[in-house]
Design a protein around this ligand. Structure first.
Ligand code: C2E
Ligand code: CA
Ligand code: CA
Length: 742
C-alpha cells in the first residue's frame, strides 16, 4: 500500500494504464492481528505500509474518511471472528492519488476461519460522481441508507444549537441487537445485512418528522427524537416488536438505552454515552429491553471510576482495615468465633463500607487481591493473639466466587498460613452461595482440597435466592450461615419463619451446624433458639469491632470453640433421607408402618418428618405439615406425657428400642376432635449435645383399646357378679397393655 500521493496499488495513478485496474491483496492474520500487503502491479510495495493496520492507512493516507475506515475495520473483524469459511463482497468509494473518488470492489475472503482473511481491492473504474453525490455517499451508510455516525452527531448538534427546545424534551436512543454475531455465524452475512436493513426500515417508518436516525456502526443504531413526550415509550415498544419480528428461526432481541435531554446541552457524543450507560444496566436481561438514564447511574459510574483509580494505591498503603464481628452461642452465651469484615479508610471520603467497593472489585477482578490481603491480615492477627497469650477463637474470611476457582487458591492460603504459623482449625473459609451456581462439581473439588488441609468451610448467605435444599446435600459444607434479612423481610414475616424452620430442621437432620446472621432483636434470637439454631452473629450481640476492641473482648469472654454437631448413631445416610427419590425415602414411605423422625431436647419434642402411613395411622385427615407445625407434646395430657418422656429417657439411657402406649388428643379442621391410643416403639439414632434424634414407629391401637375397655367393663361386671357368687371365673391379662395402660 502506498503512502500519501500514491493510490491503493502503490502506483502513480494513470487513468489510461490498464494495470492500474489490477488488484491489491492484503492478508490479515487473525491470530497475530498483523497485515501483509501484496500488490500485483510492478511497483514494489511501500515501506510505510509495513506493520500498520489497514484502516489506519485508509484514514491517515486519506484514501477514505474516518467512518469508512471504521466500517472497514468492523467488517474485517466480523469476518475474522466467523467460525466458518465465508466470502463477502462490497463496494467502497475510495480516493485515488489525485484525491478523486473512485469505486473499489472489496472482497473479504476467509477460507480458513480463525487463521487469515484475504482482502482484495479492485478498481472497478467507475467514474466518480458529482460533489453532491459524493457528499451523500460519504454521509450515509451504504447498507442501510441511515446517517453515518459523524454526520449524525453534527446534525444533532446543529439541531440543539438552532432549536431552543432541543435543550430539554428530546431523547437520545441507543440500541443494538443481542448476539448479532450469532445471526452472521448461523445464517451468513447476507442474512445479517438483511436484518440491518430491516431495522433501518422500521426506524424510518416509525420516525417522526425531524427525527435523526443513524447506523452508529455494526449492529448499533441511534435515534435522536424530539417527540420525547408520553407517547415515546409506546413508540419504542412498537419499534422493538417490529424489529424483533424479523423472520429468523432464532429470536432477535434488542437492548436499548434512552437518555432524555435536560436543560443543559450536551454534545451528541456525551448524550450517546449516557444512553449507552443506561443500556449497560439491562445488558443480558431477557426481561427488560430498554432502560432510562438517570443521575444515580452516572454517579455510580463516577464512583466506580474513582474507586478503580484508587484501589491499588490504597492496598499498597494498607488503607484496607479489618473489623471482627463476634459470633455467640445464644444457648450458653459463649463466644464461638468471628467474621473478618473489611473497611476502606479513605482520606478524602472517610470510611468506605464494603457494600460500595466489593461489588466493583468483583467486577474488575481486584477482589482476589483484596481477599488474599484480608486473609493474610487475619493470619497476622491470630499470630499476635498467640504471641500475647490471647485465647484463640476461629475467624472466618470472606472469599468471592472469583477467588475460589483460581487454580492455586488453596496453595496460596496454605503458604500464607504457614508463614504466620497459625493452626488451621482457627481459619474458616466463607464462600457465598452464588459461587456454587452451576459449579457444584468444581466447588466440591475446592472444598475437598480445603478439607484435606483442615479448613472449615462455611456457606454464606444461605437463603439469598438460588439456594435449594439440594445444595446442602450436594456440597460438603461444614457450617451454613442463614441471613435473617433474606428470610424475614422480603418473605414477609410468617413465611420467612416457615422457610427458616424447614431449613433449620433439614440442617439439623443433616448434622450441619448453622450460624444465624443479622440478628438484631431478642425476639429473633429467641425464635432462632426455639427452632434449634443457637449460633448468632448480629447487632444484638455485637457490631463488627475494630481489632483492638475485639481482642479485648476475646480476653474477657468465655469461649467455646467446638460447634455442636450431631453424632449419628445408626448407619443412616442422612442426606439421602431428604431426597424424595432415594431408597431410604422409599422405604420410609412404603415398607415400614407409620414412622416419624423427631428431635428431643430439654423436654421439647419436635417432629422432623412423618411418613404417609403415620398419617394414615392417626387418621383425622391430618397432613405432614400439621405435624411439623404443631407442638408435638400438645396432644398429650399430663399423665400420658410423662409416660412418653419416661420412655424417651429410658431409650437414651439404654440406647435400645423402647415401647409405650399413650392416649393422644388430636384435633383437625375436617374431623373435629378424637382421642386415639398409639403404641410407639422408639430408638435414639443421633445426638448433638442435649439434643437427641429419634426414630419412632407407631400403630394406632384405639380399636384394640376400645374392645379392651368393653372387655374390662364386662370383666368388672363379671367380677362383681363373681364376687357376689364368690367365684373367679374371668381373668383378663393383656400383655400388650404393659405397665402403661391409660
Ligand atoms: P456478609 O459477609 O454477609 O457480612 C455480614 C454483613 O452484615 C456485614 O456488613 C455486617 O456488618 C452486617 N451485619 C452484621 N450483623 C448485622 C445486623 O444485626 N443487622 C444488619 N442490618 N447487618 C448486620 P458489612 O461489613 O458492611 O459487609 C457487607 C458485605 O461485604 C459482606 O456481607 C460481604 O459480602 C462483603 N465483604 C465484607 N468484607 C469482605 C471481604 O473481606 N471480602 C469479600 N469478598 N467480601 C467482603
Ligand atoms: Ca460473610
Ligand atoms: Ca452473610
Amino acid at each position: 500500500m502506498g503512502h500519501k500521493g500514491e493510490n491503493l496499488t502503490g502506483e502513480i495513478p494513470d487513468r489510461s494504464a490498464k494495470r492500474y485496474r489490477e488488484s491489491a491483496l492484503v492478508t490479515y492474520d487473525c491470530r497475530s492481528g498483523t497485515f501483509a500487503y501484496r500488490v500485483t502491479g510492478t511497483e514494489p510495495r511501500s515501506q510505510t505500509a509495513e506493520g500498520r493496520p489497514l484502516w489506519q492507512i485508509l484514514e491517515e493516507e486519506r484514501y477514505s474518511d474516518k467512518q469508512t475506515a471504521e466500517a472497514f475495520r468492523e467488517k474485517l473483524m466480523e469476518i475474522a471472528g466467523m467460525n466458518m469459511p465465508c466470502v463477502y463482497f462490497t463496494e467502497y468509494p475510495l480516493r485515488d492519488g489525485q484525491g478523486k473518488c473512485r469505486w473499489y470492489r472489496v472482497g473479504f475472503i476467509c477460507s480458513e476461519p480463525g487463521r487469515c482473511v484475504n482482502i482484495t481491492f479492485t478498481d472497478i473504474g467507475e467514474e466518480v460522481f458529482d460533489e453532491a453525490h459524493l457528499k451523500r455517499m460519504l454521509e450515509t451508510d451504504p447498507l442501510t441508507g441511515l446517517m453515518k455516525r459523524e454526520t449524525f452527531c453534527r446534525a444533532v448538534e446543529s439541531l440543539s444549537v438552532s432549536d431552543d427546545a432541543a435543550a430539554g424534551g428530546y431523547a437520545m436512543i441507543f440500541f443494538d441487537i443481542v448476539h448479532f454475531k450469532a445471526v452472521n455465524d448461523i445464517f451468513g452475512t447476507d442474512e445479517g445485512d438483511r436484518l440491518l436493513r430491516h431495522i433501518a426500515s422500521v426506524i424510518n417508518e416509525l420516525a417522526r418528522e425531524g427525527d435523526l436516525t443513524c447506523r452508529f456502526g455494526s449492529d448499533r443504531f441511534t435515534i435522536f427524537t424530539h417527540d420525547a413526550g408520553p407517547g415515546l415509550e409506546e413508540r419504542i415498544e412498537r419499534m422493538l416488536v417490529r424489529i424483533e419480528s424479523f423472520g429468523l428461526p432464532i429470536g432477535i432481541m434488542c437492548s436499548m438505552g434512552v437518555y432524555m435531554t435536560e436543560e443543559t446541552r450536551l454534545s451528541a457524543e456525551l448524550m450517546i454515552d449516557r444512553a449507552i450507560l443506561a443500556q449497560s444496566v439491562i445488558k443480558g436481561s431477557y426481561m427488560q429491553r430498554f432502560s432510562y438514564y438517570n443521575e444515580e447511574l452516572r454517579n455510580a459510574m463516577l464512583t466506580e471510576q474513582e474507586i478503580t483509580g484508587m484501589m491499588e494505591n490504597a492496598l499498597r498503603k494498607k488503607n484496607f482495615v479489618l473489623c471482627y464481628q463476634p459470633q455467640y452461642n445464644h444457648h450458653t452465651g459463649m463466644l464461638v468465633g468471628a467474621e473478618a469484615l473489611v473497611r476502606w479508610k479513605n482520606d478524602g471520603r472517610g470510611m468506605i463500607q464494603p457494600g460500595t467497593f466489593v461489588p466493583i472489585f468483583e467486577k474488575n477482578g481486584f477482589i482476589t487481591k483484596l481477599d488474599m490481603y484480608v486473609f493474610e491480615e487475619v493470619c497476622a492477627f491470630l499470630r499476635r493473639c498467640m504471641k500475647n497469650g490471647v485465647p484463640m477463637v476461629p475467624v472466618s474470611t470472606n472469599f468471592s466466587r472469583h477467588d475460589i476457582f483460581q487454580p492455586d487458591f488453596v496453595e496460596r492460603l496454605e503458604s500464607v498460613r504457614k508463614r504466620y504459623k497459625v493452626p488451621v482449625e482457627f481459619l474458616r473459609v466463607e464462600i457465598t452461595e452464588s459461587s456454587i451456581r452451576g459449579n457444584s462439581k468444581m466447588t466440591n473439588e475446592v472444598i475437598s482440597k480445603l478439607h484435606e488441609h483442615g479448613y472449615i468451610v462455611e456457606m454464606d448467605d444461605f437463603g439469598s435466592g438460588y439456594s435449594s435444599l439440594n445444595v446442602l446435600k450436594d456440597i460438603e459444607l461444614d457450617i451454613v450461615k442463614l441471613d435473617m434479612l433474606f428470610l424475614s423481610e422480603e418473605a414477609g414475616g410468617n413465611r420467612g419463619g416457615t422457610i427458616l424452620s424447614s431449613v433449620v430442621r433439614m440442617l439439623k437432620w443433616l448434622g450441619t451446624p448453622m450460624i444465624a446472621e443479622g440478628v438484631e432483636t431478642v425476639e429473633q434470637a429467641d425464635f432462632l433458639r426455639s427452632i434449634g439454631c443457637d449460633i448468632i452473629q448480629g447487632y444484638l450481640y455485637a457490631k463488627p469491632l475494630p481489632e483492638a476492641e475485639y481482642m479485648e473482648l476475646v480476653r474477657k469472654q468465655a469461649i467455646e470453640t467446638r460447634l455442636p454437631q450431631l453424632e449419628v448413631i445408626d448407619k443412616f445416610d442422612v442426606g439421602n433421607f431428604w431426597d424424595p427419590k432415594s431408597q431410604e425415602t422409599l422405604i420410609f414411605n412404603n415398607y415400614v408402618g407409620g414412622a416419624a423422625i423427631f428431635s428431643y431436647c430439654n423436654g421439647k419434642l419436635e417432629i422432623l418428618r412423618v411418613n404417609r402411613k403415620y398419617l394414615q395411622e392417626v387418621g383425622m385427615n391430618l397432613s405432614e405439615k400439621d405435624f411439623l407445625a404443631s407442638d408435638a407434646f400438645s396432644v398429650f395430657d399430663e399423665e400420658n406425657r410423662s409416660v412418653y418422656v419416661e420412655m424417651l429417657d429410658e431409650a437414651i439411657l439404654t440406647m435400645e428400642e423402647q415401647e409405650c402406649e399413650t392416649w393422644r388428643h388430636y384435633r383437625s379442621g375436617v374431623c373435629g376432635e378424637a382421642k386415639i391410643c398409639i403404641r410407639s416403639n422408639v430408638r435414639m439414632i443421633g445426638r448433638c449435645g442435649d439434643n437427641y434424634l429419634f426414630y419412632a414407629m407407631i400403630r394406632s391401637v384405639r380399636q384394640e383399646k376400645e374392645s379392651d375397655r368393653r372387655n374390662a367393663g364386662r370383666e368388672k361386671r363379671c367380677e362383681e357378679a363373681g364376687e357376689e357368687a364368690d367365684t373367679h371365673y374371668w381373668e383378663y391379662d393383656n400383655a400388650h397393655a404393659g405397665a402403661h395402660t391409660v
